[in-house]
Design a protein. Structure first.
Lengths: 159, 286
């Protein structure tokens, strides 16, 4: 039983191994040890959603998971999804609709929006709002974010 | 803030979890989904010496049906229960409640057993377990025991669990023919903890309710089986008069704490309105 452990995982498709303190949460590991500063820390207790990352195919609160728990996991951050082009449509729509101002919540918003698109269907505005309810934005009032996601769904999932 | 220092261990078997719990009694915490434990660590409200990560113990996973009882493993994620056809068919109350449990990213990690063991008085799943008369299997190196949900919750974050015990699974009676259920809550933001909520479960004959089980949560220090309100509806045709009797009974038995989010009176009022609506919805569902 130790206060640190060796971990090996993939981050944005690349293999990473490191020795981490047990108390280090996943986002601190990404930001401070790997230099991937796209994932943000807002509240650091699971309320704001700025730390949202994708672990083994599903979004999680990066501040509520320890780095040691990601041993063996497949982790994707805003940097990886951005470089891979997976969220290009969402990024364009966010810009077109002014769905970001200070941008602090935006990586988390995009990760959550990308998860929404995986459902493969157009959602209603109330459904989009409900899905986004775990991500705080203090600038936009959410309306433009919902607009952007709705526009991408309308484009992608034509009836 | 950052979590304090602690040691971490990820055992591969249930037996080794139980041995570790016995060995480090009182100084170790179980790490399941971490959606409530991690905030308390990050805020340094909790400073355990050791975290025992149970996430890779297969014996604690899965949802299954056996002889009219649904077994939900302690490690079943909320997202897994939400998407489970078995839960949708046999535990409609829990299927109804699950979308109200936190937010997507939290549901992807948070576990059924974690929510029960934490015993947050505003959480949905403990109240569902009370309404459905579920029981919980607790294990330690001393053996196993089964505790009814209605005597498991002792108070604010206080349960029947001893320091060397692990909640292994929930056993919940599958809904029987003729029964219906409904879940309703009021929260300030979707997915946040409720100011008040109700779980309703009964056998419905026309508009007569039998074997009524009404549970309330969100205002008191633990989920409550509302015995008086359940009795007030028992065997009677649902009417304005019965509705008023249920509301009056709730007013008599609920003793919520007021906070700056809602006074005690508001919470009682919310529970009364939600209970009446839940029964309305249950009857309309036929």
């Amino acid at each position: 039983m130790e206060e640190a452990a060796e971990i090996a995982l993939t981050v944005n498709g690349e293999t990473v191994s490191a020795r981490v303190e047990a108390r280090r949460h996943l986002v601190d590991f990404l930001r401070l040890d790997l230099g991937l500063t796209g994932s943000r820390l807002g509240c650091e207790h699971g309320v704001c959603g700025a730390c949202t990352v994708r672990v083994d195919g599903a979004i999680v609160r990066g501040c509520l998971m320890l780095a040691v728990q990601a041993d063996g996991a497949d982790v994707w951050t805003i940097e990886g999804l951005s470089d891979a082009g997976e969220i290009a449509g969402l990024q364009d729509a966010f810009v077109a609709r002014n769905a970001l101002q200070c941008g602090y919540c935006t990586p988390g918003m995009l990760l959550t929006a990308a998860e929404m698109l995986k459902a493969g269907r157009r959602m209603t505005r109330p459904e989009i709002r409900e899905f986004l309810s775990g991500n705080f934005c203090r600038c936009t009032g959410y309306h433009a974010i919902v607009d952007a996601i709705e526009a991408v769904m309308a484009e992608r999932f034509r009836d | 803030m950052k979590a304090p220092r602690f040691s971490y261990v990820r055992p591969e078997s249930l037996d080794s979890v139980l041995e570790l719990l016995a060995e480090h009694e009182g100084e170790a915490r179980i790490l399941a989904g971490g959606q409530s434990l991690m905030p308390t660590l990050n805020m340094r409200l909790s400073e355990p010496r050791l975290l025992i990560d149970i996430n890779r113990i297969d014996a604690l996973k899965g949802i299954s049906l056996e002889d009219g009882t649904v077994r939900i493993g302690a490690l079943a994620r909320h997202a897994e229960v939400l998407e489970s056809p078995l839960a949708a068919e046999h535990l409609p109350l829990i299927a109804d409640a699950m979308p109200h449990v936190a937010h997507v990213a939290v549901r992807n990690r948070g576990t059924f057993g974690g929510s029960i063991a934490l015993a947050d008085p505003a959480a949905e799943l403990p109240a569902c377990a009370v309404a459905l008369n579920a029981s919980f299997v607790l294990a330690s190196t001393r053996g196993r025991r089964t505790v009814p949900a209605r005597s498991f919750f002792h108070g604010l974050y206080e349960t029947e669990l001893a320091e060397d015990e692990l909640l292994v699974e929930a056993r919940i009676p599958a809904i029987a023919p003729g029964y219906r259920s409904a879940f309703m809550e009021f929260a300030r933001r979707h997915g946040d903890f409720a100011l008040a909520g109700v779980c309703c479960h009964a056998r419905v004959e026309g508009c007569v309710l039998r074997d009524v089980s009404l549970a309330c949560f969100g205002g008191e220090d633990r989920p409550r089986f509302a015995a008086a309100a359940s009795a007030a509806a028992e065997g009677r045709a649902w009417s304005e008069e019965v509705k008023d009797a249920v509301k009056a009974a709730l007013g008599g038995e609920l003793e919520p704490e007021g906070t700056f989010h809602a006074s005690a009176e508001t919470r009682v009022h919310l529970a009364q309105v939600l209970a009446a609506r839940a029964v309305d919805r249950m009857l309309a569902a036929g």
